[in-house]
Design a protein around this ligand. Structure first.
Ligand code: HEM
Length: 666
């Protein structure tokens, strides 16, 4: 993972506890307000929301959504809420949910209509003086000269405008309350592959065109930095690989990439299997007890356990216990996400920075994590000093195969601050992204039983009841396609961030130094002009016997791991991690979305989260016996001239080869 979201959408609300949702977004905050209003006025009186309506607009104002809609809802809500007890609180909850859904869907519709009506359009290539010129033409020679002058002026103006990137201008509130990449999609359908989005004094260039994305990420990548992303992540990643500037990045990338060699990744497949087995045991318990499980938080814990061990040989064991360090890591992750979508950099405001309890908690968490990392670095340094193993390309310590151990054993000459930054970056990059991919993969599988059945069939044949190995990764081809397709529909992160460091030309447009770019991977991956059935989950779109899809095979319309020099270093690691977890779970369980669970909506952080978790019901699978595929042998006959005829009974095909084994025409 690398990029976080645009700092333009929501004000961050209060926080949830561990770890499924890291922010309470504006809508859920609104819902909390409503719940609070209801609580204050609670039973035994029949509830009257209209009396509290002065509070309601205060949160609905934010949604550019008419108050009458909400009051319609509230009046029906008043009637429903006049019963008592548990029944009442259930009704309140479902009322709150309904309100949230209404707000979200009305806002989406509303915004779509406004975009289509051209409300956000600034420039237009249509003539605006035609009518005036027509009138002027009737005013004799003077009028005709004036009309001629006006036409020439307008033509020059339009030529100049054509060189400018199309611009959409609006009120920041128009896109609040929903994941910010959703309105960007509607704007993309209206304005095309590159447009400027202007909110007050701030403007961003939104890119949804594969050729421009390739230019920014690969062909002219040197001219682009990580911009605001580096500023936002500074507190936790410092000069780690993701935010690092060119100079630091070059040195650190060269040191870190070799640590993820094939032997290391093969060893990690064992780790993925063991961690996934811990998760399966939790699911087993839930299946036995008939309890629903919230999978987003479980996947978050699974991938935290994996990345802790893989990067610095630390057992978070978050699937089995909650410790201070796990809580501290989540505090930092949450803070990074909140900062990425904050309207103002509240963390830089002196009084807030020093006195806010939340910022104090962040500082304490950072200290705890850094102290732990320092301890781990010291322990690892001692191990390296004591060992007597020659360092080579595929160096790995069997007791501690971590990336940290590799870096120290390689003699990497680096300050402990830089090493800490690198480790934190790998921890964050490798944790949230994989958790999000697994969450959305299971969401999609639950709704596509045909895909699930095909997947289970493959896993049964390839793995049976064995633990997965590196060799299996190549054989689990359909499982890989399921992951590829999940990453297309739910790219993590959905937007990549860049800033131009010099003037540049993008197609017919001149771009100045200092422009902020959002490359919308979401738009690229769901573009109706780039994909057939763009919104449909179809792992078959890439044949299993073809190459794995990457940004190269798909010419930058598909960017699951970015592209160019800043491409993800953990792509193979993450793909195998996801394949292993999916395979281990689906071979053992059937599953579906839990009945009565909240609808699975999207919300943005660094990655795409669910709004209220992914609640699922797991049941034990009734498995059919595994029938191995028997390699079919052909019947061969040696002919008089020494050539060989081979015949396959199953399809009746005949092949003739000469003495040298080369196929010859019949
Ligand atoms: C499914 C899981 C993952 C996804 C979807 C993913 C996605 C990405 C993407 C899109 C980028 C490019 C960001 C940009 O250009 O701004 C990136 C960069 C990066 N990722 Fe991943 N990633 C995943 C897992 C991992 C893992 C497991 C690790 C570490 C073990 C990792 C480490 C990194 C690092 C260090 C970078 C920065 C590379 C650089 O700037 O040189 N990622 N990732």
């Amino acid at each position: 993972m690398a990029s976080l979201q645009a700092p333009c959408c929501y004000s961050s609300g209060s926080q949830t506890s561990l770890p499924a949702r890291f922010n309470i977004r504006q809508d859920s905050f609104s819902a909390s307000c409503l719940r609070a209003i209801v609580d204050i006025r609670s039973t035994p009186q029949p509830l009257s929301i209209s009396g509290g309506s002065s509070l309601i607009p205060s949160f609905l104002q934010c949604s550019s959504f008419s108050t009458s809609n909400s009051l319609d809802f509230c009046s029906s809500f008043t009637v429903n809420a006049s019963s008592s007890g548990e029944d009442l609180s259930e009704k309140i909850d479902s009322g709150v949910e309904r309100l949230q859904q209404i707000i979200a869907s009305r806002k989406e519709e509303d915004l779509r209509e406004r975009i289509l009506s051209g409300e956000f359009s600034v420039s237009s290539s249509r003539s605006r003086t035609k009518k005036i010129r027509k009138v002027l033409m009737k005013w004799g020679t003077f009028g005709r000269s004036l009309a001629f002058f006006l036409a020439r002026y307008e033509r020059n103006y339009l030529v100049q405008q054509a060189k400018k990137v199309p611009e959409a201008r609006g009120d920041v509130r128009a896109i609040t309350g929903q994941p910010f990449f959703i309105p960007l999609y509607d704007l993309y359908l209206t304005y095309g592959g590159i447009f400027r989005l202007t909110f007050g004094p701030k403007s961003f260039l939104i890119v949804s065109d594969p050729a421009i994305a390739k230019h920014l990420l690969k062909d002219n990548s040197k001219a682009y930095s990580k911009g605001i992303l580096a500023e936002i992540l500074d507190f936790v990643m410092g000069k780690g690989l993701i935010p690092a500037d060119e100079e630091v990045w070059r040195v650190r990338r060269r040191a870190i990439v070799p640590a993820l060699h094939r032997k290391y990744v093969a060893e990690m497949v064992g780790l993925f299997g063991r961690a996934a087995e811990n998760l399966c045991q939790k699911l087993e318990l839930a299946a036995n007890n008939g309890e629903d499980v919230e999978m987003e938080s479980l996947f978050s814990r699974l991938t935290l356990d994996i990345i802790g061990k893989a990067v610095f040989n630390y057992d978070f064991n978050s699937l089995t216990r909650d410790t201070g360090i796990v809580e501290a890591v989540y505090t930092l992750l949450r803070e990074a996400e909140d900062r990425s979508i904050a309207i103002i950099p509240y963390w830089d405001i002196p009084i807030i920075k020093d006195l806010s309890p939340r910022q104090q908690k962040v500082a304490a968490a950072l200290k705890l994590v850094n102290d732990n990392l320092n301890d781990l670095i010291s322990i690892c340094k001692r191990m390296v000093e004591e060992e007597n193993v020659k360092f080579d390309e595929e160096y790995m310590n069997d007791k501690d195969p971590s990336i940290l151990h590799f870096l120290l054993a390689s003699g990497d000459d680096v300050s402990s601050k830089q090493l800490r930054d690198d480790l934190m970056t790998l921890l964050i990059a490798g944790h949230e992204t994989s958790a999000a991919v697994l969450t959305w993969a299971f969401y999609l599988l639950a709704q596509n039983p045909d895909v699930l059945a095909k997947l289970q069939h493959e896993v049964d044949l390839v793995l049976g009841d064995r633990m997965p190995t590196m060799e299996d990764m190549k054989k689990l081809k359909y499982t890989t396609r399921v992951i590829n397709e999940t990453l297309r529909l739910y790219p993590q992160p959905p937007v990549l961030i860049r800033r131009s460091m010099e003037d540049d030309v993008l197609g017919k447009y001149n771009i100045s130094k200092g422009e902020d770019f959002f490359i919308s991977v979401w738009n690229l991956h769901r573009s109706p002009t780039l994909w057939e059935d763009a919104d449909v989950f179809k792992p078959e779109r890439w044949p299993v016997d073809g190459p794995d899809p990457t940004e190269v095979t798909e010419n930058f319309r598909y960017l699951p791991f970015g592209g160019g020099p800043r491409k993800c270093v953990g792509d193979m690691f993450a793909t195998f991690e996801n394949i292993t977890a999916v395979a281990m779970i689906v071979r053992r369980f059937d599953f579906e979305l839990a009945l009565g669970a909240p609808p699975v909506g999207m919300t943005t952080g660094a990655t795409i989260h669910t709004t209220a978790g992914l609640h699922m019901t797991f049941t034990h699978r009734h498995r059919f016996p595994i029938i191995p595929v028997v390699e079919e042998s052909a019947v061969t006959t040696i002919n008089e001239n020494g050539s060989v005829t081979s015949y396959r009974p199953s399809n009746g095909s005949t092949k003739i080869s000469n003495r040298e084994g080369q196929e010859v025409k019949k």
